[in-house]
Design a protein around this ligand. Sequence first.
Ligand SMILES: Cc1ncc(COP(=O)(O)O)c(C=O)c1O
Length: 484
Amino acid sequence: MSESMLNADISGEIIASFFPEPRERTEIFSFLKEVVDTYDADIAHMEVNPTLSKADIGKVLARYDFDGSVPAASVLTDVLDMMKHGQVQVTSPNYFGLFNPSTSFWGSVADFITGLYNPQLAVWSHAPACVDIEEKLIRYLGTLAGFDPLSSAGAFTTGGAEANCTAVICAMTRKIPGFAKLGLHAQVRQPVFYISADSHLAWLKIALQCGLGHDAVRLVDVDSAGKMDIERLKAVIREDQSNGLLPFMLVGTAGTTNAGVIDPLPELAAVAAEHDLYFHVDAAWAGAILLSERHAHLLSGIARADSFTLDAHKWLTAPMGTGIFICKDKQILREPFTVQTNYMPAGDDINADPYVTSIQWSRRFNGLRLFIPLAILGREGFSTMIDYQVELGLYLKERLEQHDWVVVNDTQLPVICLRDAQDRDVEPILVQVLKSNKVWLSSTTFGKRKVLRTCVTSFRSVTADVDHLVSQLNEARATLYPAG
Ligand SMILES: Cc1ncc(COP(=O)(O)O)c(C=O)c1O
């Protein structure tokens, strides 16, 4: 069978079917140019919520049984239609939502180049340039946090959850004697770690992934500002110690998901030192402000952490799937992840192979999504974007307060949580605004109270978009509560 295929010499056909020839490529590129230009012109005016129903999506997908072949033009048209109408437009300037950024054009260029060459970053010798690029980025970001570039290290991850999971594995390896060899059998005491009750609850999943279980996650109360309560933290640690548990890690959140609040990092660092806890900072979103000369001081204390998480796919405009774990000492990563194999190319003592310093094995070159824009725009380009968004957040706060909304959280970062000045239920307001399909925001709880949550996430958002958001909120409230 395979012999007759070889005799028929169909190899050219196979190659051309997986990699179209120049004429077809030219057509595809001119189609894609049109796609990019249309996206750029339309994104500000597009409906922010999906308008395709499940049935509509099903109808499109029914065209694909994968037995037969569908022309490329039809496939691309269907896919783009689903992108335009089958998802929340998180890159819209009217998206004041979760930490999903507008992505830089350079991030998409990086994805294309990476897809084309498909470098394998598991070992340094397979992709030395790519591994060195990622290492340079990690050292640079670590330096902004105050880490020594000669000893710091890190790993690009799929996101904040993987970076935080990396931190737990590193912490267990460092602080639980025998853990790397025996796992949790190394200890009769239950290991526990501390985070604030307002932290991102992927920590619960991480505890499960690490074999610790949810009870290992000590959710420490926050104060009225939403920061971890230090006195409460000390009390919980003391209680756990006297109950025979094994505290091994403390996590500060720098930029909580619901309210953009930064835990008191210097005080947390002191508690970690006093109790010999591994200290990690989850700066998945707000870590970006390290690039801002004006605002980097908000993260002071981060230099005392053993490691921190910074997602380039949050405030740094990289496409989804770009998290970063950065640690102060390269041994932190080598201890848990080093394995010996006979089928991987041999490494050397100088260049760490990423597969022995991270959770992943095969590794995509996601760092390029940050390298290209950072190289082109420089720190200043990012800093200008970040500082502008911080100011836009303050502008939004002002506008809300002028219109009888009460801002309930106190942060200099552009996450604004609000309630109605007369304490009317905000949930119907949210439903009404989302129904208009012109802006996107969400709700959360802050201080046990239901509030609306807005966040400036798009480098495309300007003051007019903020005005529009406020007028949408005002209109919805006036419609629902006419007497007020
Ligand atoms: C503070 C914080 N940490 C961690 C995460 C999880 O990151 P990811 O969704 O990239 O895994 C998030 C997500 O929003 C977050 O806000």
